[in-house]
Write a protein that binds this ligand. Structure first.
Ligand code: DGJ
Length: 369
């Protein structure tokens, strides 16, 4: 009997290895369970992806089971991949604190983490939307953490509301009527802007974007989500410089994702309906400082009015492929947050216009050569 077990165990391991080899993924299957190298559904929601030295790193919210799972019980999860289909679990990159007085205390809300690499300081910089423990969504802060290693551990630096006391930057030619009148705010969003000027602007759903010249920008829903701010970061990427523009003022926009193609800036976002899906929207500009033009819904076909059940989080340029950009969205499952799904879809270009179509299954080979 003993001998039998000795044979059986390596046999099982072999079968295990074969099973893993057979399940190597070669396609994206939007909305389906996405197993990592351990066969566990990837747990990196509201995420962003950094390409670094031949490897992609996916950072996202680690959710737990049940409806409390949308609060940060663990931290930011990191995965790595060479091919974008198969992801290795790299563990928790930023852990929440067991000290309830810490800004990133266990049970706080820590959403939409994004990591960028600073060539000058050689640090990896993680930005995220932070809500302090027990305060709902009222704190509306930007949080930042840094690391010497891409997969972490990241060290929490600070959290705050950006750009206190600062007025927006107005590109030459901005009509006076479009400038915020601090003495007499013209509308609701200008009112929120003025209300928050002393302590800094609200910062909720967010992304970060690094331009070709190495300058980085923090893009976030502000003014009770009625405006998007695009704000310049300092050279070390860990603070705001005070220079920012307000985009699509007076409309509630969340879930910004920014990318650049042929010198043109693109931003995709969503409306504001909690965890429920709504129509995506896109914007374009010739300069990061605008003017940004609203272009409507990039999604086409069935369920395009609800972004196929998802909400944008990131647009990923595919390395080594010309004009290949992947639209990445979360299909939230608020009653069991850990079961949230990922929708990855190719962005299609018609001249400088974009569109997104549903695919049950697709691969990088589907991009035009
Ligand atoms: C939608 C946002 O995009 C998410 O990140 C999250 O903040 C939910 N709202 C909360 O309802």
């Amino acid at each position: 009997m003993k001998k039998y077990y000795k044979l059986l165990i390596p046999g099982l391991l072999l079968i295990g290895n074969l099973t893993l080899a057979q399940t190597t993924l070669k396609k994206f299957n939007p909305g389906k369970i996405w197993p990592d190298n351990n066969g566990v559904h990837i747990n990196a929601h509201g995420g962003g992806i950094l390409y670094n030295n031949g490897t992609y790193y996916w950072f996202g919210e680690h959710k737990v089971e049940g409806d409390a799972g949308n609060r940060a019980q663990v931290g930011v999860h990191c995965y790595s991949s060479k091919d974008l289909y198969n992801w290795k679990d790299e563990g928790i990159a930023l852990s929440v604190s067991s000290d309830p007085t810490n800004d990133i205390a266990k049970g706080c809300i820590l959403e939409r983490p994004k990591v960028i690499y600073n060539k000058k300081t050689r640090k990896y910089v993680m930005w995220f939307h932070l809500e302090l423990l027990g305060k709902g969504y009222s704190a509306a802060r930007a949080g930042v953490a840094i690391s010497d290693n891409v997969t972490g551990p990241y060290r929490f630096l600070k959290s705050y509301r950006p750009n206190p006391g600062k007025l927006p930057f107005y590109p030459a030619g901005t009509p006076e009527s479009e400038k915020v009148n601090v003495a007499n705010p013209a509308n609701k969003s200008d009112g929120f802007f003025c209300r928050d000027m002393p302590g800094g602007q609200m910062a909720r759903d967010m992304t970060v974007f690094v331009d070709n010249d190495g300058k980085a920008y923090h893009v976030f829903s502000s003014e009770e989500n009625f405006t998007l701010d695009i704000a310049e970061l300092t050279d070390d990427y860990t603070s705001h410089t005070g220079k920012f523009v307000r985009v699509y003022i007076g409309h509630q926009t969340e879930a910004p994702a920014l990318f650049k193609r042929h010198g043109i800036y693109y931003m995709i976002g969503s409306g504001c309906t909690g965890w429920a899906p709504n129509a995506a929207r896109w914007f374009t500009a010739k300069s990061i400082w605008g003017p940004w033009t609203y272009k409507g819904n990039p999604c086409k076909g069935n369920e395009s009015e609800i972004t196929y059940g998802g909400q944008s989080t990131h647009v990923l340029p595919v390395e080594g492929k010309k004009d290949a950009f992947i639209f990445i969205a979360d299909k939230w499952v608020p009653k069991n947050a850990i079961d949230g799904r990922y929708l990855w879809l190719p962005i299609e270009f018609n001249g400088d216009d974009i569109s997104i179509n549903w695919r049950d299954s697709w691969s990088l080979n589907d991009f035009k050569k």
